[in-house]
Design a protein around this ligand. Structure first.
Ligand SMILES: Cc1ncc(COP(=O)(O)O)c(C=O)c1O
Length: 344
């Protein structure tokens, strides 16, 4: 297949238009059959619940081109499950897993020429499913109508610098999510809540913030759009666990890989003082896979986890293994990847 006329090796991590997106509507108790459209705008009622009351959940996953030219997705079932957990929590209609997967396959097939070639420096096709309450309500109550959209965009690596250290600052003035709120689901409001923290950190020269738990301000939570982990000198992979962290599919996968490489894996409460115990650290998420953390600044202390630009051996190995599986370079012993069948 002829690829689109794009400089795939230099793609930014930003929206690039493709030919089609796909939309399904839930009305009168049933999902329709979905329609591919070239329209990139979305007309909706001004009183839709997603606009006023935040009935919105979304997902993010990637399609990777394997060395043999086939396209594959990574743990798509987990994205579907996480979106449905979110839908349940804010009283939205779930999208059946088969429909979620069908939607992704259909829209990927309609835009195949935009899948970055295997050797384009880590570029991939980003897939963004969105579920919206589109029924009309004025009082605060759940919608009876929903729209499920999936669009795609070819993307380059999340950080321009690629696999190079990022620098974090512990955020003490802003909470991204309440302890018993909705931090554990992927709803738009969490990102709006955190934007001022991230922008503030960037102004100070940091890449991102590292949030503390909102109740005690004592334990590490996560970063703005990724989970955090540290590796200790005695080979323990320590990652914060709390009800306000979004369960990262990347982190879940890295934990499995770390275990299989002989590290002790500890998802648990991690006190901020434990930053001093780590010899390496990383942030994980679909966009960046693993971003090596060069340093974390907490008040007047700076904890360093890379020697200059040199990333530690464990973070490097975990990154290479996971991205090798995602791009089909390393055999997938876990059954995490799935070829996108043509003709769906
Ligand atoms: C707040 C937050 N945490 C963690 C992650 C990483 O999750 P995943 O690895 O499933 O992409 C993301 C990205 O989706 C995120 O937005």
């Amino acid at each position: 297949m002829t690829k689109a006329n794009l400089n795939f090796a230099e793609l930014p991590f930003s929206f690039i238009p493709t030919d089609y997106n796909i939309r399904y509507t839930f009305k009168d108790g049933v999902w329709d059959k979905g329609v591919l459209t070239q329209d990139q705008t979305l007309p909706m009622h001004i009183s839709a619940t997603c606009l006023h009351y935040g009935q919105q959940v979304f997902e993010g996953l990637k399609v990777y081109e394997r060395p043999d030219g086939q396209a594959q997705v990574f743990r798509i079932d987990q994205n579907s499950k996480r979106m449905n957990r979110g839908a349940d929590k804010i009283l939205m209609q779930q999208v059946p897993e088969e429909l979620f997967i069908e939607a992704v396959f259909r829209v990927v097939n309609a835009n195949r020429k935009f899948i970055p070639p295997h050797d384009a420096g880590g570029a991939a096709m980003y897939v963004r499913p969105i579920l919206l309450g589109t029924g009309v309500q004025l009082g605060v109550s759940p919608s009876t109508e929903y729209t499920f959209i999936v669009f795609v965009s070819p993307v380059g690596p999340y950080y321009k610098s690629g696999f190079a250290p990022v620098h974090l600052i512990v955020e003490e003035e802003v909470d991204r999510a309440a302890a018993l709120g909705v931090g554990d689901i992927k709803v738009a409001g969490n990102y709006a809540a955190g934007m001022r923290a991230t922008m503030g950190a960037k102004k100070k020269g940091f890449s991102e913030v590292l949030y503390l738990d909102s109740r005690h301000k004592k334990y590490l939570d996560e970063s703005g759009s990724s989970n955090f982990f540290g590796v200790t000198g005695d080979n323990r992979y320590v990652t914060p666990s709390s009800p306000s962290i979004l369960p990262s599919i990347t982190n879940m996968s890295v934990q499995q890989i770390a275990k299989d490489k002989g590290l002790a894996v500890e998802p648990r409460l991690v006190a901020v003082e434990e930053l001093a115990d780590f010899v390496e650290a990383g942030c994980c998420g679909t966009a960046a896979v693993i971003s090596p953390v060069g340093s974390v600044t907490h008040r007047d202390k700076k904890f360093e986890y890379c020697k200059g630009e040199t990333v530690g051996p464990i973070v490097t190995d975990l990154y290479k293994t996971l991205s090798g599986i995602q791009f089909g370079v390393i055999e997938d012993p876990y059954g995490w990847t799935r070829i996108v069948p043509e003709g769906v």
